[in-house]
Design a protein around this ligand. Structure first.
Ligand code: FES
Length: 80
């Protein structure tokens, strides 16, 4: 799960393929966490996860910086 808001960010999109008809469907895996394994397109899942890895590696130093922590702490104090 990426955004934890269900069907908002679309980073969790998952392709399913019906094993009988071959019909392809796209689902939000954050909203549909119990998926039938024979419908999951695992090569597609692996490709999507590799894409997310790039974003995660680029954002992590920013998120972990002292400035980001100070901004987050101030935001949390403001909304509390
Ligand atoms: S995790 Fe954001 S829409 Fe699914």
């Amino acid at each position: 799960m990426q955004c934890m808001m269900k069907e908002v960010c679309a980073q969790c999109l998952q392709k399913h393929v019906d094993p009988v008809t071959g019909e392809e469907t796209i689902i939000f895996s954050c909203f549909n966490q119990d998926q039938e394994m024979d419908r999951v397109d695992f090569p597609n899942l692996a490709a999507r996860l590799r894409q997310n890895t790039v974003q995660e590696k680029l954002v992590e130093p920013v998120v972990r910086s002292p400035d980001a922590r100070a901004v987050m702490a101030a935001h949390l104090r403001a909304v509390a």
